[in-house]
Design a protein around this ligand. Structure first.
Ligand SMILES: [Zn+2]
Length: 206
């Protein structure tokens, strides 16, 4: 069984992430979901329908990477499968964060073929990017209420593009991850900043 200290610590981090993201408008209504690894066999994940700006210790569930809910009967977020596929493929993965921000929603609709980020200093906050001249390709998947089907599509893409550090779902939002909650949060901040820049740039240079 997982250590309760780990559960308390990760839950606390995710509660803080929820407040921070809500204040910035990245998880409106009850949108978004967050998870963090407790150990090799357990992941803590936000429960379905909880407001992410007002999370407390009751707003989480523990699941196995295979999707079994502990204790049984709890209702995890609808998009659980999109989190768990990432934990299964990467043993070092510590957290997955999903936002529904306005920039991510709009940009994914404007660029359903994928978003390319290039020329921004802030892109160096993303893993494996060491220069503003690097070309960061963010895939955009069509939105789908059939989550297992969407998860299969994402998993298939990541197999062919293992360096991907985040993706968009069209008209929906961003998924990104990291080795720790803090690292995943930094990736969200970088992506959200870059998406805003990209939207403004398109507006201003049209
Ligand atoms: Zn979502």
């Amino acid at each position: 069984m997982f250590r309760t200290e780990a559960l308390g610590a990760r839950t606390e981090e995710l509660i803080r992430v929820g407040r921070f993201f809500f204040e910035r408008g990245w998880v409106p209504a009850t949108a978004g979901n967050f998870s963090a690894r407790l150990d090799a066999h357990h992941v803590v994940l936000t429960a379905s329908g909880r407001h992410k700006g007002e999370l407390d210790a009751e707003g989480f569930l523990v699941v196995t990477p295979e999707g079994q809910v502990l204790p049984p009967g709890g209702k995890p977020s609808a998009e659980t499968a999109l989190h768990l596929l990432l934990y299964r493929r990467e043993p070092q993965l510590g957290a997955v964060l999903h936002t529904h921000s306005r920039p991510a929603t709009l940009l994914s609709r404007l660029s359903p073929q994928g978003v390319v980020l290039e020329g921004y200093e802030v892109q160096k906050a993303l893993p494996g990017v060491d220069s503003h001249t690097a070309r960061v390709e963010v895939p955009v998947f069509p939105n789908d209420q059939d989550i297992p089907r969407l998860a299969a599509r994402v998993e298939d893409f990541l197999r062919g593009h293992p360096a991907t550090c985040g993706y968009l779902i069209e008209g929906h939002g961003l998924y990104t991850w990291g080795r720790t909650v803090a690292e995943a949060r930094r990736h969200v901040e970088a992506f959200e900043f870059l998406f805003e820049c990209e939207l403004d740039l398109r507006r201003l240079t049209r």
